[in-house]
Design a protein around this ligand. Structure first.
Ligand SMILES: [Ca+2]
Ligand SMILES: [Ca+2]
Length: 246
């Protein structure tokens, strides 16, 4: 009797499973293949504290609940938890954390695994590892700026300040605000210009005729009428002597 009931119960479970499990049980890895994981930057100064950003892009229409992002840099043995994410369908999200880059220049790699669950999944799954290449660049002065781009590769100057914009940082520039003596040269040039202006004014003043301030303005040579001799009346011929009347 009891054995018969057990058989019946198992039969019912088999029938129910046949209808239920194929519907609700979805492969936990169906979102792994279209998943994209990227890390940046891929280069940095050796030994420098660097803000690394990991971006996860969902490749399916269902949203993802990422419960863990595990990251391991090849210059370390431990893995790091890079936080969690909730990513909409075909959306993406980025988590950023600061890490110290490898202390020795060279090529390294990073491994990233992503654990999560898509909407409709019955179980969570883990995707990866996703691998990325990283390169640590030489930084002789340890200021966080690689030698190749450092304007003072042998003197620490994290700010890279370059006041005169000559490509040499203030920290190692013998004249950080300009050419040596540049101020004196500029002063002498200004003095020379002033002297030339003063001389020009004096010369012009000397050439200008002095005119009494009360004299009326003169315009050209005053008019001179042509010379005329004084009037001389014509001389009368001598008159004969008058004869006495008879
Ligand atoms: Ca440097
Ligand atoms: Ca400079």
């Amino acid at each position: 009797m009891g054995r018969g009931r057990t058989v019946c119960l198992l039969g019912v479970l088999v029938i129910v499973s046949a209808f239920v499990l194929p519907v609700t049980r979805v492969s936990a890895s169906h979102w792994c293949s279209p998943l994209r994981v990227a890390i940046s930057p891929t280069t940095g100064a050796a030994g420098a504290v660097t803000p690394f950003a990991i971006t996860v892009t969902n490749g399916i229409g269902d949203s993802l609940d990422i419960s863990e992002i595990s990251v391991r840099f090849s210059w370390e043995t431990n893995s790091w938890s890079w936080g969690t994410m909730t990513i909409a369908g075909y959306g993406s999200d980025t988590n950023t954390f600061s890490k110290t880059f490898a202390s020795a220049p060279g090529d390294y790699y990073v491994e990233i695994t992503v654990t999560g669950q898509a909407v409709g999944d019955y179980f969570s799954g883990t995707c990866g590892p996703f691998n990325g290449s990283l390169r640590a660049l030489a930084d002789s002065d340890g200021d966080g700026v690689p030698n190749a781009t450092d304007n003072c590769p042998s003197v620490s100057n994290p700010s890279q300040a370059d006041t005169d914009h000559n490509g040499v940082g203030d920290a190692c520039d013998s004249s950080p605000v300009g050419t040596a003596g540049g101020g004196i040269v500029l002063l002498l040039a200004i003095v020379g210009i002033v002297v030339m202006i003063v001389v020009a004014v004096v010369v012009v003043a000397r050439r200008k005729p002095s005119v009494p301030p009360t004299s009326p303005p003169m315009y050209g040579t005053p008019y001179q009428p042509p010379y005329q001799a004084p009037y001389q009346p014509p001389q009368q011929p001598p008159q004969p002597p008058q004869q006495p009347l008879p």
